[in-house]
Design a protein around this ligand. Structure first.
Ligand SMILES: Nc1ncnc2c1ncn2[C@@H]1O[C@H](COP(=O)(O)OP(=O)(O)OP(=O)(O)O)[C@@H](O)[C@H]1O
Ligand SMILES: [Mg+2]
Length: 285
């Protein structure tokens, strides 16, 4: 089998040059972004996207300039949760200007690009088997394009919402100049802890782990997130109670922490965002 290095040329497409140009643009774009934080979990459905959106709102309420990149290309939910679904992307000479949520959060998501609700993203490849192999490469390319073309402007914080699977973190760490840290999410179940324990190991090898968040606390009796954090040697950032109001607010695209600030779950989220802020300051030294 021939490998890339065996090929005589690229047919004049200068693919390497194109990627290098895009990577240079990406660095320029991100030069105005102070800190990038990824929200990760090996486990699906534990509330990564909800936490990303709520943390973005918390930081915005505390006066930060915040952007959110939805890195879940085939299950994008950030535009919906942050209430910017259906808003057009403004494309100009300076790049793509992301829509802004009620609290001023800039949101970039595949959801803003796909023509309809029912259209999944498919990776072109000669066979379905190859499509699986291509997926990783295509994901990197799509995210690189997002990051190279989005005019975020100056941001204090860019939060990245990843699809489930800690291996997806590698895609992001390979693209951005520096990842300020990761926030890892679990729910209080043995099944989740089993997977998230591995996620912590993988994440710690790539960037500072700012801490573990336990979401949906109290929904059922299960192992404590604080214990998992202690065993894994990472900070415990706090527990967000299971709260149907939080889920309803997400479905309505409302900034829950602003519209229901006195609820226990909203207060927990504000506390967690401040713990993250403190952790970021400490990590920066
Ligand atoms: N603390 C909570 N209380 C009640 N409902 C919650 C809570 N956190 C999240 N949810 C709800 O649980 C569902 C799954 O959450 P979410 O989509 O944020 O998870 P996810 O980890 O991003 O999922 P995926 O792995 O598919 O990306 C959503 O309907 C959300 O509104
Ligand atoms: Mg999600």
């Amino acid at each position: 089998m021939k490998r890339y290095k065996d090929l005589a040329g690229d047919g004049g497409s200068d693919i390497v040059g194109q990627v290098q140009g895009q990577q240079a643009r990406l660095r320029e774009r991100l030069a105005g972004v102070s800190t990038i934080v990824a929200v990760v979990s090996g486990k699906g459905g534990v509330g990564k996207s909800s936490l990303t959106a709520n943390l973005a709102n918390c930081f915005a309420l505390d006066g930060s300039r915040v952007g959110v990149l939805d890195a879940d290309l085939n299950g994008p939910t950030m535009a919906k949760i942050l209430g910017v679904r259906g808003r057009a992307l403004a494309v100009g000479a300076a790049g793509v200007t992301p829509p802004t949520s009620a609290l001023g959060i800039k949101v970039m998501s595949m959801d803003l690009l796909l023509p309809s609700d029912a259209t999944p993203l498919t990776w072109d490849a000669p066979t379905q088997d190859e499509a699986h192999t291509w997926r990783g490469t295509m994901e990197v390319n799509a995210l690189r394009e997002f990051l190279a073309d989005t005019a975020w402007g100056p941001l204090d914080l860019l939060l990245i919402d990843l699809p489930p699977g800690t291996d997806r973190l590698a895609t992001v760490t390979g693209l951005v100049p520096t990842l300020g840290g990761t926030v890892i999410v679990t729910i209080p179940s043995d099944v989740s802890h089993l997977v998230v324990r591995k996620s912590i190991t993988v994440a710690a090898a790539r960037a500072p782990v700012l801490g573990l968040v336990e979401n949906m606390a109290g929904m059922f009796r299960g192992p404590a997130g604080a214990d998992l954090a202690r065993e894994a040697g990472v900070p415990f950032l706090g527990s967000v109670p299971f709260d149907p109001e939080l889920a309803l607010a997400a479905d309505r695209g409302e900034a829950f922490v602003a519209t229901a600030p006195t609820r226990e779950s909203a207060r927990a989220l504000m506390d967690i965002s401040r713990a993250i802020r403190a952790s970021l300051t400490a990590t920066r030294g």
